[in-house]
Design a protein around this ligand. Structure first.
Ligand SMILES: Nc1ncnc2c1ncn2[C@@H]1O[C@H](COP(=O)(O)OP(=O)(O)O)[C@@H](O)[C@H]1O
Ligand SMILES: [Mg+2]
Length: 241
C-alpha cells in the first residue's frame, strides 16, 4: 500500500517539480516510487526525468478508460516511474475519479508523489484531499514564506490535520543567511507554522537544462535529498545539510 504525498506551494517556481524528481530518485534507491505530474497543461517531470520523448499517454487517459494503467507509465529507472500530466483536459475529473486513479497504482508502489500546480485551484484541492500527507515547498523569501503559511491555513480550513503537513525550505544559501540577505532557518520555518521536513541548498546543479538532468545533481544536493528521504522512511536523520 503506497503512502501518497501531495507537493504544494503558494508561489510558483519554488521547486516543487525539482523536489518531486529528486526525492523520487533518492527514495527509488530502495523503494518503488510513482510520480504523478499534476500540473495540467504545464507538465515538467517528463523533462526533468528525461523521458519526455516517450510520452504517449497521460493519467487522464487512465481515468477516462483510453489506456490501461500499466501502459500509461514512463520508466525513469527500474523503480522510479512517472505518469505524465495531460496537456489539456476535454473532460473534467472529480475527487473520486482521482482517488480511483490512485487506487489503481496503490499496491504497485511504496510511495506516490503528486506534483501540484502552484496555488490553490480546484485540482490542487483534489490532490491535497486525496493524499495521506502534504509537503509544502517554499523559498526563504517573505513572499514565498507567507504564501506557504496561507497554504497551511487553507489546508486547515479544508479539514486536513496539521500533523499531515510538512514543510521543505528550498534554495537556501547559508552564506546569504549569515550576511542577513536571506531569512535564517528558524525565522523562515516559524513564518510558515509548518513542521520542517528538510532543507535543500540553492545549487546550480539543480538549475535544469536539457543536458543537466537530475542525475547530475551535486553531492551536497544528493545528500540533502538522501536526508529528506531517510526522514520520510522514519529514520532520525539530521535536518540540515
Ligand atoms: N535548490 C535549487 N537550487 C537552484 N535552482 C533550483 C532549486 N530548486 C529548483 N531550482 C530551479 O528553479 C526553477 C523552478 O523550479 P521548479 O521545480 O520548476 O518549480 P515549481 O515546480 O515549483 O514551479 C527551475 O529552473 C529549477 O531548476
Ligand atoms: Mg512544477
Amino acid at each position: 500500500m503506497a503512502k501518497v504525498f501531495c507537493v504544494l506551494s503558494g508561489k510558483g517556481g519554488v521547486g516543487k517539480s525539482t523536489f518531486c524528481a529528486n526525492i523520487g530518485k533518492a527514495l527509488s534507491e530502495n523503494k518503488k516510487v510513482l510520480l504523478i505530474d499534476g500540473d495540467i497543461s504545464f507538465r515538467s517531470l517528463d523533462m526533468l526525468l528525461s523521458v519526455d520523448s516517450m510520452v504517449v499517454f497521460d493519467w487522464s487517459d487512465v481515468i477516462f478508460g483510453r489506456c490501461v494503467k500499466e501502459k500509461a507509465r514512463l520508466f525513469a529507472s527500474e523503480k522510479l516511474h512517472l505518469l505524465a500530466s495531460p496537456l489539456s483536459l476535454s473532460d473534467s475529473f472529480s475527487k473520486s475519479d482521482f482517488e480511483h486513479l490512485l487506487s489503481e497504482y496503490n499496491e504497485m508502489y511504496d510511495y506516490i508523489f503528486i506534483d501540484a500546480p502552484a496555488g490553490f485551484g480546484k485540482f490542487a484541492e483534489i490532490y491535497a484531499q486525496s493524499a495521506d500527507e502534504i509537503i509544502v515547498i517554499a523559498t526563504p523569501d517573505d513572499i514565498s514564506l507567507r504564501a506557504a503559511y496561507f497554504v497551511g491555513e487553507r489546508l486547515t480550513e479544508m479539514g486536513i490535520d496539521e500533523n499531515k503537513m510538512r514543510f521543505v525550505l528550498n534554495k537556501t544559501d547559508y552564506r546569504q543567511m549569515r550576511r542577513g540577505k536571506q531569512r535564517n532557518l528558524d525565522t523562515a520555518v516559524d513564518k510558515t507554522y509548518l513542521r520542517l521536513l528538510g532543507v535543500v541548498p540553492n545549487d546550480k546543479s539543480l538549475v535544469f537544462s536539457g543536458e543537466n538532468g537530475i542525475y547530475s545533481a551535486s553531492r551536497r544536493v544528493n545528500e540533502a535529498f538522501t536526508n529528506i528521504s531517510e526522514r520520510i522512511l522514519g529514520k532520525d536523520i539530521k535536518l540540515y545539510y
